[in-house]
Write a protein that binds this ligand. Structure first.
Ligand SMILES: Cc1cc2nc3c(=O)[nH]c(=O)nc-3n(C[C@H](O)[C@H](O)[C@H](O)COP(=O)(O)OP(=O)(O)OC[C@H]3O[C@@H](n4cnc5c(N)ncnc54)[C@H](O)[C@@H]3O)c2cc1C
Length: 411
């Protein structure tokens, strides 16, 4: 590596972690962060949780105090967007017209919410939740609202539904598929979450699609569903998934396709350009196909991996994926990638709200979904990191199974 700067485009979770990890690994060259948002790098997970109740103030979201950047000699160019990469000149052009030359470039551009494409989608009160600005808008909107409609039964929508019920709103969740969080969790966990939300008083409508939003004086008031039903809505939260921000990479002719395509070392098709976090699609030893993950764990671990590579300690990205969500007072933790499982075994008691779903594919443990059972989650992460060999579905199914005592279980 030469003597020029490392330029990191994004200034979100992955970008900040990469800058911090570069310094922690002893990198002494200039590090420049470029971020489109004006806020300093902040944590997004609270935006759909405690931030909406007003219990958390914006400065409590900052990932590092403002003084960190000066202390660590990291230049943060915030409120400016990278609009073009000139790979021949190793230069990034910003919307402000500024041009920055890089020795290595890290793309950490994250993802953006998928937009609704129904009539009325641009009415006031229709919100997608990604940024601090979105969360601020939603927090204010919830304060004055009576009816909330959540479009999409994924984790962000369900977290908002849970908080809004706590604030006393009437809440309806409309999900086009037959299950909540249907693409990412087991049927058991999905059914459990539906039960929790319904018990809290949220109306959960499955196999139903939103076809239009109708407003009064420019503000949303009613949603129309594909079965003709009409649902009152002063606020609509759109939680129908995200799309990776790949435009910059595509403009620079880097290989893209539902993400910036990277190898095991998180290098793009140009060896001096890396991509990390929500925007990167990478080969993982934990899945049969390349994946793109949207989690803090993935953003942080990939950032550290690239920082290590840039300071001469190259290692492939093999971290065990994990994720958490909080809904209706339940702490749900996922270890591994469970979406392609072919068998599940439940350990613990769903009725008591403390259980884990162990997921297997081809007889091998691929992950665990735990509800209020953090020990199961932590131990599964260790098992998966060691290849998960040995633990069979029949072991978990044996009466009295407790993973904390694995492998020394009574026969
Ligand atoms: C509401 C919410 C709740 C979440 N809850 C959880 C949770 O409970 N657990 C969990 O593990 N994960 C959660 N996540 C996901 C997690 O926050 C993301 O996976 C993580 O932030 C990804 O980090 P990133 O750096 O890749 O992207 P981001 O943090 O999104 O950062 C990307 C940044 O790049 C900027 N950018 C994009 N293009 C450009 C450009 N051309 N020039 C300059 N800047 C640019 C964007 O403005 C953005 O600030 C949640 C996300 C949201 C939105």
């Amino acid at each position: 590596m030469g003597t020029g700067p490392v330029v990191i485009v994004g200034a979100g979770h992955a970008a900040l972690e990469a800058a911090a990890a570069l310094r922690a690994e002893g990198h002494t060259r200039p590090v420049i962060l470029v971020g489109a948002e004006t806020a300093p790098p902040y944590a997004r997970p609270p935006l759909s949780k405690d931030y909406l109740t007003g219990r958390i103030r914006p400065h409590e979201l900052w990932l590092r105090p403002r003084s960190f950047f000066a202390e660590q000699h990291i230049t943060a160019m915030l409120g400016d967007r990278a609009v073009e990469i000139d790979r021949d000149a190793s230069r990034v052009r910003l919307a402000s017209g500024e041009r920055i030359t890089y020795d290595r470039l890290i793309l950490a551009t994250g993802s953006r919410p998928r937009r609704l494409s129904v009539p009325g989608a641009d009415l006031e009160g229709v919100v997608a939740l990604r940024s601090l600005a979105d969360a601020e808008e939603l927090r204010c909107a919830l304060r004055d609202a009576g009816d909330l409609l959540v479009v999409g039964g994924g984790f962000i929508g369900l977290e908002v539904a849970s908080v809004a019920r706590g604030l006393g709103l009437r809440v309806t969740v409309v999900e086009s598929g037959p299950h909540l969080m249907g693409r990412s969790v087991s049927r058991t966990l999905s059914a459990h979450l539906a039960t929790l939300h319904r018990a809290e008083g949220t109306r959960v409508l499955l196999n139903r699609e939103l076809v239009a939003l109708r407003g009064e004086r420019g503000h949303v008031r009613v949603a129309e569903l594909n079965n003709g039903a009409r649902v009152a809505a002063d606020v609509v939260v759109v939680g129908i998934g995200v799309l990776p921000n790949t435009a910059l990479a595509a403009q620079a002719d880097l290989t893209t396709g539902d993400g910036v395509i990277v190898d095991r070392w998180l290098r793009t098709s140009d060896r001096s350009v890396y991509a990390i976090g929500d925007c990167a699609r990478f080969p993982s030893p934990h899945t049969a196909r390349p994946v793109r993950l949207e989690s803090v764990q993935n953003a942080s671990d990939q950032a550290r991996c690239v920082a290590a590579a840039l300071t001469g300690h190259r290692r492939p990205y093999i971290s065990v994926p994990w994720f958490w969500t909080e809904q209706c007072g339940a702490r749900v933790q996922m270890a591994g990638i469970t979406r392609d499982h072919d068998r599940t075994v439940v350990s613990g008691s769903p009725a008591e709200g403390r259980f884990s779903v162990f997921c297997f594919r081809g007889g091998r443990l691929v992950g665990t979904e735990s509800v209020n059972r953090s020990a199961d989650h932590m131990i599964t992460r260790r098992l998966l990191a060691n290849g998960a060999a040995g633990l069979a579905a029949d072991d978990v199914a044996r009466p009295g199974f407790d993973i904390r005592r694995w492998p020394a279980q009574p026969i």
